[in-house]
Design a binder for this molecule. Structure first.
Ligand code: 9MR
Length: 369
């Protein structure tokens, strides 16, 4: 069931400022609020963004975006109704030493979200990447590893009980060969694929209201990889595992082409009773000349990809959120991971909206009617 929206149009323009402190009249706020993505969205549908910090940002020359870039957090609060910590809830950040958790950065994001009437997607519990060295290079028995994992899931999900409404529990569990990553994923390698069901069960016990997702890339279309997910979900459900959602990350590229069967794909997971989401949307373009940015033609094509993906999600009954992975090129991971590509966000380096931003807003407004 879609949850009632926590937000009101009044909080939407308030940026990071609590509603009670707003110096402007509710009517003025209401009018301005129609202009933001979050308020253009239909009831129960959440437009989200990742929250920059940690991960690749640590190697960049700028200070931590979330705590130092107020222009950035103002837009984050104003435009979005859902936040996903880009890195701050991952193992290496939240569980940096054996037996020791560091919740500071994650807490700050959750508190910010609450102050601004936003939901939080938790990311990620069971993944092959960004695990701490103490874990992957440690010398633990199978029994100890199982207990470390159980403690992590119970502690982290339990800490945010009732405050994180969806968790990416299984992240990128299936590889490019369309098989479970039984070698690359530390947990699947050490504890076997049965651990997947256990992690979902532990997360469900820690927060029975949280919706628990499988999340991956290159699963937008009906294809071999999404087929493998469908089979995995069917197996998990048959075993009574509390899996509630399937999200396609949607890291799209104009060079790779648009995933034309996206809606059909979301529908087949919806037919199994799952909620779906587009969880990390960006649309990269080829930027062969450093600093040259995208051409008008590229921006138009990018806008078309964003709009079609949003429309597919709006049209699929199961799909209730559309989250962009960095709303601004200023902090995007793309140029670091894909040299020669970039400009994948809906706002540019200066936080100016690109055609894709306007098109998303118009698509939401048209859908809302
Ligand atoms: O955007 C994240 C970047 O800051 C990290 O350095 C990187 C480490 O792999 O992870 C990025 O986020 C990934 C997300 O957690 C899972 N899906 C793919 C995302 C982009 O790589």
């Amino acid at each position: 069931m879609p949850r009632p929206r926590l937000t009101t149009s009044l909080t939407a323009t308030a940026a990071a400022v609590p509603l009670a402190l707003l110096p402007i009249s509710p009517v003025a706020v209401q009018e301005a609020a129609q202009d933001t993505l979050r308020d253009a969205a239909p009831e129960g549908f959440h437009i989200g963004s990742s929250v920059a910090g940690g991960g690749h940002h640590d190697a960049e020359p700028y200070p931590d975006p979330f705590t130092h870039d107020e222009e950035y957090t103002d837009v984050l609060a104003r435009e979005f109704a859902s936040l996903t910590p880009e890195n701050r809830m991952k193992w290496s950040e939240i569980h940096p030493a054996e037996g020791s958790y560091d919740f500071d950065a994650a807490d700050r994001i959750v508190e910010f979200a609450e102050a601004n009437g936003q939901e939080v997607r938790g990311h990620a519990l069971l993944w092959h990447d960004q695990n701490p060295d103490w874990l992957e290079e440690g010398d633990h028995t199978e029994g100890e590893l199982r207990e470390i994992l159980r403690d992590h899931v119970t502690t982290v999900v339990g800490r945010y009980e009732g405050r994180v409404h969806q968790w990416d529990v299984g992240n990128e569990l299936i590889g490019d060969d369309n098989e479970l990553r039984t070698e690359e994923n530390f947990w699947l390698r050490e504890l076997g694929p049965e651990i997947i069901g256990d992690v979902f069960r532990w997360a469900h016990e820690a927060d029975p209201a949280a919706e628990l997702f499988l999340n991956d890339y290159n699963v937008e279309d009906v294809n071999d990889k999404s087929d493998a997910y469908l089979a995995l979900v069917e197996d998990l459900l048959a075993d009574g595992v509390p899996v509630h959602g399937f999200s396609a990350q949607a890291h799209l590229s104009t060079a790779a082409g648009y995933p034309g069967s996206l809606e059909e794909n979301l529908d087949r997971f919806g037919d199994l009773g799952l909620r779906t989401a587009l969880s990390e949307v960006d649309v990269r373009v080829e930027t062969p000349h450093e600093g040259a940015g995208a051409t008008e033609e590229q921006l138009a094509e990018q806008s078309d990809f964003y709009t079609r993906a949003l429309q597919a999600c709006l049209d699929a009954e199961s799909c209730t959120s559309f989250t962009v992975w960095s709303f601004t090129d200023r902090y995007s991971w793309i140029p670091i991971a894909f040299p020669g590509e970039g400009a994948g966000s809906i706002m540019d380096d200066d936080l100016n909206p690109k055609p894709a931003y306007d098109a998303l807003r118009e698509t939401l407004q048209a859908h809302t009617g």
